[in-house]
Write a protein that binds this ligand. Structure first.
Ligand SMILES: [Zn+2]
Length: 689
């Protein structure tokens, strides 16, 4: 469980694909160009009134200047930097792929991993042959008892079947790494996709069944049989969805924590042969594990008995194919994109092959590629400067805690303890991971993908039973994101996000406080949002609050739930105030901390903060504009609809406006009148931190 600053780009792009002619294999990668500065006047709509719609004022021209590229579901400041990083990594990988580096070296691995992914001619020529051994394993299954080793194998190659197995810090003893089994195995993004009523959802379900049938046809089934089998798979997944926990409930760590002896779990789910499964999947010997959602496994246990073997086998092969379609002949790739890109996300065009192969290399060999990336794009004093800024925001959080009127001294002391224990991870890991056991072959795209997944699975499962490595990173260095990890009690800022627009050396301090300062504050606040506050300084899920302080906290968060639930995201869909509570709390706390840091920095000359600078704005206004411009974006309606159901972040327009309406300081900075849309009466404002 960890909370990020923005929706992870990768899940929205993972399924978008394109088959390029292989002539483009070694096209010269152009040098990356930065296009958007920290303070971007051109993105503003200065004819709009900031007191009526601040997002429109800060970002009203952004969509015109930056239309959504045809291969993306949305475009925003994160996507802009993501595209920059893609180009940077592209240059690194093109060079590595033509370097004829020593076999087994880092450079050979990233170069050949990228090259095999790019070689669509070889992929097409090989047809289904590379996947055939996998398909044969599934076809050979004749009894339910024989399923277990195959489920374990699919788990190791991340074939998205039935459920997930991973390692994680024990929520209640953060010094331990434990095994976790959790719900999974759905082809649609979330349980509600199977269960919601409404024309749009029904249409999407029909399209999904058609997609399943198309994959079966590509695997050689006759059309009629494929249609029937697809419906059976859909019925099975719908039954899985019914026993899955919804994403609002999943935000409560107690609801996804059920430590059990393996023997007890195995005896309650006999059809799953759990003891054998754990062994086959490569889990070190364990006597207990976290069964995150027990009712899911009880339900799955019954379904494994009541579902026909044919349906289970069809389900497994379709999910396996969908999980590797970019490494299969282009008809599979296009079928996958047609559903997951075009229909689900509304993306008209597949993403260029080189972008997908750069992404794939980042996800398969993240810390090898990341090492080269930081040497070229995050050198010099970047780490020290960011660390200093993070320390300053943390000091402001301490002051913020001291000033709270609703929290008792005893809880405040504990909160300070937790704040002081937070470890900042900036840029990249101090110690890089060892990839020497991973074999990469230039002529084996599918094998490279499967071996990388197995390598990752082995790495993750090997942690079980060992001491926690506090220096480990779960974001790769080029990632344009940041997160807070409650079990580690760390905030993490990869090199990928510490660049314009979020951190722009040429912009004013005030602008940077609005951008990266608020991001730092956001992650810090996650340690004290409705989820994070349940973990203590050592990262243990343990209640350190008095009952009265909890009541006070919940009163304040329920104000945010109601406020954000009243915002309309798209068409008739409202924001889910409960799903987005943690992120909204972090957004509100984050900008407040950034403002406090700006004010503290200017302690000697306060009037300067209200005096116009060369930009035509005061530093306080620049800070708010920096914040607003973090969220400049354009989203396709399909993507917005999906985000409302699965994304714990509010839509961008609402992220910008939802915070400033809670800040009297915004009203003062822009001279708004009480009662204007961005300046409600003080008693209507929500504030947690
Ligand atoms: Zn967040």
């Amino acid at each position: 469980m960890s909370a990020h600053i923005t929706r992870t780009l990768r899940w929205s792009l993972a399924c978008t694909t394109i088959a390029l002619a292989s002539a483009a294999l070694h096209a010269q990668a152009p040098a990356p160009v930065r296009t958007i500065p920290g303070f971007d006047k051109s993105a503003m709509d200065t004819a709009a009134d900031p007191c009526v719609d601040f997002y429109q004022y800060a970002c009203g021209s952004y969509s015109k200047l930056h239309p959504i590229p045809a291969d993306l579901p949305s475009f925003d400041q994160f996507a802009n930097l993501y595209e920059f990083n893609l180009q940077a990594l592209h240059g690194i990988l093109e060079k590595a792929s033509t370097a004829h580096a020593a076999p087994g070296s880092d450079e050979q691995k990233i170069g050949d991993y990228y090259a095999s992914c790019m070689d669509t001619a070889a992929i097409d020529k090989a047809g289904l042959a590379p996947l055939q051994p996998e398909l044969d394993r599934i076809a050979a299954l004749t009894s339910r008892d024989a399923l277990t080793p195959e489920i374990a194998h699919l788990e190791r190659v991340n074939g998205n079947a039935f459920f997930t197995l991973s390692s994680s810090q024990d929520f209640k003893d953060a010094t331990r790494e434990i095994a976790v089994v959790d719900q999974g195995g759905l082809g649609l993004p979330e349980k509600d996709y199977y269960l919601r009523t409404g024309a749009k959802d029904e249409e999407l379900r029909q399209q999904y069944v058609q997609h399943l049938a198309n994959v079966l046809k590509l695997l050689g089934e006759a059309p009629d049989a494929a249609t029937k089998d697809a419906k059976d798979i859909m019925a099975f997944e719908t039954a899985l969805a019914k026993v899955s926990l919804g994403n609002v409930e999943r935000r409560d760590p107690e609801k996804i924590y059920h430590m059990q002896p393996v023997a007890k779990f195995a005896s309650e789910t006999p059809s799953l042969h759990m003891a054998d499964f754990l062994k086959e999947a490569g889990t070190p010997p364990v006597s207990e594990l976290n069964v995150a959602v027990p009712e899911f496994f009880t339900g799955l246990n019954q379904l494994m008995e009541s579902t026909s073997m044919d349906t289970l086998k069809n389900y497994m092969r379709v999910h396996l194919v969908d999980s590797v379609s970019s490494r299969l002949p282009h008809v599979f790739d296009q079928e996958n994109f047609d559903f997951y890109g075009r229909k689900l996300e509304g993306v008209p065009e597949q993403q260029a092959r080189w972008k997908r192969c750069v992404d794939a290399t980042d996800s398969g060999l993240g810390e090898v590629l990341g090492k080269v990336y930081v040497a070229q794009y995050f050198s010099g004093d970047s780490k020290a400067k960011t660390s200093a800024a993070v320390k300053q925001i943390e000091a402001e959080m301490g002051r913020d805690l001291d000033q709270l009127t609703w929290m008792s001294p005893v809880t405040k002391t504990k909160a300070h303890e937790k704040l002081n224990a937070i470890v900042d991870k900036i840029g990249y890991p101090n110690k890089w991971r060892d990839y020497s056991a991973l074999i990469v072959k230039r002529d084996d795209a599918l094998g490279d993908g499967l071996r990388a997944r197995e390598f990752e699975s082995t790495y993750q499962l090997n942690k079980i039973g060992k001491p926690v490595d506090k220096g480990e990173w779960d974001l790769t260095p080029p990632t344009v994101n940041a997160n807070y990890d409650p079990s580690m009690n760390t905030i993490n800022f990869p090199a990928g996000i510490l660049q314009p627009v979020f951190y722009d050396k040429t912009a004013s301090d005030a602008t940077n406080y609005g951008h990266i300062g608020s991001v730092v504050g956001h992650e810090l606040t996650h340690g004290f949002d409705d989820e994070g506050r349940k973990f203590d300084a050592q990262g243990n899920l343990k209640d350190w609050w008095t009952a009265e302080d909890t009541k006070q906290f919940e009163q304040r968060t329920s104000c945010l739930v109601d406020e954000y639930s009243s915002f309309v995201a798209v068409d008739d869909l409202h924001v889910n105030g409960k799903l987005t509570l943690g992120e909204n709390t972090a957004d509100n706390g984050g900008l407040r901390l950034a403002l406090m840091a700006l004010v503290a920095n200017a302690a000697h000359d306060h009037t300067a903060l209200d005096t116009k600078t060369s930009t035509g704005y005061t530093p306080k206004q620049e800070l708010f504009l920096g914040w607003g411009q973090n969220w400049c974006s354009t989203e396709r309606p399909e993507m917005l609809r999906m985000a409302v159901s699965v994304d714990p972040h509010s839509p961008d327009r609402i992220r910008a406006n939802g915070v400033v309406v809670n800040m009297p300081e915004f009203r003062e900075a822009f001279g708004c009148k009480v009662g204007q849309p961005m300046a409600p009466a003080p008693e209507k404002m929500c504030r947690v931190w």
